[in-house]
Design a protein. Structure first.
Length: 321
């Protein structure tokens, strides 16, 4: 199966990114044809500090590699290194109905959160559709927030195929319901743009501060609590072993769950889970030349695939005369 997904280098990657997408992608490495990329062109819709974007891109690459992505077992590249995606974006945009793009809530949400309303931000879903269709991806693992964008990609593939003849694979979303939306420390969706994240690679005091800041209610320790509405419980579930989670569940239901104590337990679990990856990330960051070489090799492989699709598309729409 051809599996593809991308991530924006627009800030520190967090446990929502990890459980929503990165972990799933890494798990497909042995069995599938895997495409993983860092979407710097998408990040340009919200990051206008050149140094921040460039460093963020290398950091996101180091994050993936440190977490176990093997560039020899997948195609791993930076979006802008395959410029063909921009041409396909334009072609698709000429078929994209305004109403379809206007309905996308991610644009409205981002503008409401203070991101400048630009044409690029508005047409973000068309670039994402081009990302997916250019590589003829069959399955796209993402968090629930990206579901609507995938529907746009599917609609555009179908529209193109109906009008110009069978060209694109119509991609399927792969959204794991349990991991669909990881809550942030304030209970909203965890997101780089909401400042409510637990970054995967945060350490020491800074990490402790974030974990201790997870919002909980004021129910006294001995009183019963509802685990389903507790933010801390939901995050804990991602890390604790099932047997321990059952004990924690019983403490919530019967009384005796102490939030402060559970937060310290969560801190230990985070350190256990990502301790090794943190060391590896530092090693990668010490060798940016090696990171660039890995990404350049990936871009070469990605481009070979992209050129094939774009050549057919150009022919279909009449750009080959
Ligand atoms: P952010 O909202 O932090 O900027 P991105 O938009 O870069 O995150 O998302 C990268 C990937 O991580 C996407 O597949 C997205 O669906 C997933 N993702 C982001 N936040 C979460 C979350 N809170 N829960 C589950 N998946 C998430
Ligand atoms: N829009 C996605 C996000 O913010 C990132 C993305 C860009 C993507 N292109 C993609 C995800 C293609 C999957 C496939 O998370």
């Amino acid at each position: 199966m051809k599996i593809l997904s991308g991530i924006q280098p627009s800030g520190q990657l967090h446990i929502g990114n990890y459980f929503g997408m990165m972990q799933t992608m890494i798990s497909h490495m042995e069995s599938d044809e895997l495409y993983v990329f860092i979407v710097d062109l998408h990040a340009l819709t919200s990051v206008h500090d050149s140094a921040k974007l460039a460093t963020g891109t290398l950091e996101a690459a180091a994050d993936f590699l440190a977490l176990g992505l093997d560039p020899d077992k997948c195609i791993f590249w930076v979006q802008s290194d395959v410029p063909e995606v921009c041409e396909l974006t334009w072609i698709l945009s000429t078929l994209a109905p305004m109403g379809l793009i206007e309905r996308c809530h991610s644009y409205k949400d981002k503008v409401a959160k203070g991101v400048t309303a630009s044409h690029g931000l508005f047409s973000y879903p068309v670039l994402m559709a081009a990302d997916i269709l250019l590589y003829q991806a069959e399955q796209v693992p993402v968090g629930k927030d990206q579901k609507q964008h995938l529907e746009v990609a599917r609609d555009l593939a179908i529209k193109f195929n109906n009008h110009y003849g069978e060209t694109f694979v119509v991609p399927e979303p792969a959204i794991s319901e349990t991991m669909a939306t990881v809550p942030g420390i304030d209970g909203q969706k965890m997101s780089k743009s909401y400042g409510n994240t637990i970054p995967i690679f945060l350490e020491g005091k800074q990490l402790k501060k974030r974990v201790m800041a997870i919002e909980t209610d004021a129910t006294p320790v001995e009183e019963p609590k509802n685990p389903d509405s507790c933010n801390l419980y939901k995050i804990m579930q991602l890390f604790a072993a099932p047997a321990r989670m059952q004990e924690i569940h019983d403490l919530y239901v019967n009384g005796g769950a102490a939030y402060g104590y559970l937060k310290l337990e969560l801190l230990d679990l985070l350190n256990d889970k990502f301790g090794e990856a943190r060391k590896k990330k530092q090693q990668y960051l010490c060798d940016p030349a090696m990171l660039r070489a890995i990404l350049a090799k990936g871009a070469e492989k990605a481009r070979e695939k992209a050129i094939v699709t774009l050549d057919v598309v150009r022919d279909r729409v009449g750009l080959k005369y």
